[in-house]
Design a binder for this molecule. Sequence first.
Ligand code: COA
Length: 206
Amino acid sequence: MTALKSAALQTTTVALASDAVPFAIRAERASDVAARETLLDACFGEDRHTRTCQRLRDGRAPAEGLAFSAVHDGRLLGTVRLWHVSAGGVPALVLGPLAVDASARSLGVGAALMKHALAAAKAHGHQAVILRGDPAYYERFGFSAGKTGQLALPGPFERERLLAVELCEGALDEAWGMIVATGSKARRQSRARLAARSRKAVALAA
Ligand SMILES: CC(C)(COP(=O)(O)OP(=O)(O)OC[C@H]1O[C@@H](n2cnc3c(N)ncnc32)[C@H](O)[C@@H]1OP(=O)(O)O)[C@@H](O)C(=O)NCCC(=O)NCCS
């Protein structure tokens, strides 16, 4: 493993969002999953599984080492994951969902998660990251629709919200066609099991 790679894959990066709220970005843990589901329900609604990008995640595991949590005092503040896809034949990652708890917004948690995720993706040797989201937020991290004009998602999407950043210049030059999931299959977890894990985490924290 190169020095760059080992540095970027440190499990914990402490970022100071403000003088009052230090938080850490670290690899997602199994014990985060229930709180993460609750956070995603709050941010995107319980019908979030019908969203187009979910078709790229159904039944798949996130890319190895590329799921991160922002935590403060043992509480999950934010989450981001990256997923293997083929972007019209070009290997790439899709990022999402990115979510930050409403009580912790505008403190830099989202930016810290994005920067950590992109640095880790680069350190793992990935060449491009794609997402569906607001250009006004994601362009600060280098995303644009400049290289996605020939790509499509497996469902409805707004062309101007399909964004990408190349981690290696020219990586998406030949990307043309449908974006499809290529990640390994996920182990199934029922919501009942997630709820039980959540109750256990709450009990341990109390
Ligand atoms: C988008 C989100 C992850 C940002 O998290 P965050 O921790 O508040 O982000 P940061 O602190 O790094 O940045 C906050 C800044 O981004 C701006 N911002 C947030 N969402 C934005 C959006 N959709 N478009 C443009 N700007 C946005 C905020 O107004 C804020 O601006 P300011 O610094 O001038 O006050 C968070 O608002 C969230 O979870 N939203 C609900 C889920 C969601 O929409 N996820 C993204 C899917 S596209």
